[in-house]
Design a protein around this ligand. Structure first.
Ligand code: MN
Length: 234
């Protein structure tokens, strides 16, 4: 039997790869929560790596939006936050990967913004409900072109910075990740069969804050990418 689609489905979500016209087909977006001590503290929690495990939330691939975009202030929030993040792009499948093999799964790296409706996230947190409305919404995953690992080598250090209207708000370094990229890949791959096309937003440093219509966000992960996002005037 030859079935037909009742309507045209959405095309494969892709993101750019630096220095080539080739595209990276996106499968899933995993985001690490509370992965810098100073950010956990500003959110009113502490992280003890000896007794706690990393945790994750996800964003649908359709939430991706390229750097350089101008977007509307999102609906149903009055506290729309930026989170500057180092992003890892997975290029090989892996399940129960050991830390020593984790680097093999990496295709490349990007800089990203985990845009957040903080009021909705905190309301969900307080009531023990899922974070989806605060995190997984349209245009909430901003990303630069992916730089292949073949060009950068394994990235383990590098400044992570963000400015709003030219004023620095976040300033940290990848070395301050509580769980580093190898540890995250090893841990996450216990729960999921990691696939080529998966993206991992590794968490944000401290200094998160709100933006308003008309604001311009700029930021970078040193050696990886520069990001910009304009919030349209209301
Ligand atoms: Mn985040």
């Amino acid at each position: 039997m030859n079935s037909t689609l009742i309507f045209q489905g959405k095309p494969q979500i892709t993101t750019a790869i630096a220095g080539t016209d080739a595209l990276f087909p996106v499968h899933r977006i995993f985001c690490v929560g509370r992965n810098y001590h100073a950010h956990a503290a500003e959110m009113g929690v502490s992280v003890d790596k000896t007794t706690q495990e990393p945790f994750y939330f996800t964003k649908h691939p359709s939430t991706l939006i390229p750097t350089g975009s101008e977007i509307e202030y999102p609906p149903q929030t009055g506290n729309y936050h930026y989170e500057m993040e180092f992003v890892v792009a997975i290029g090989k499948e892996g399940f129960n990967v050991c830390e020593t093999d984790a680097d093999d799964l990496i295709f490349g790296y990007a800089a990203g913004l985990d845009m957040t409706r903080r009021d909705l996230q905190l309301k969900a947190r307080e009531t023990g409900r899922p974070w989806d409305l605060g995190k997984d919404f349209e245009q909430s995953a901003v990303i630069t072109p992916i730089v292949p690992k073949a060009q950068t080598g394994i990235v383990e250090t590098g400044a992570v910075e963000l400015a709003v209207n030219g004023e620095t708000r976040q300033k940290s370094d990848i070395t301050k990740l509580i769980w580093n990229v190898r540890e995250i890949i090893a841990h996450l791959s216990k729960f999921y069969h990691l696939q080529p096309g998966d993206l991992i937003y590794t968490g944000t440093p401290d200094g998160v804050g709100a933006v308003e219509p008309g604001d311009r966000i700029t930021g970078f992960v040193e050696g990886v990418g520069e990001i910009s996002l304009i919030i349209a005037k209301g």
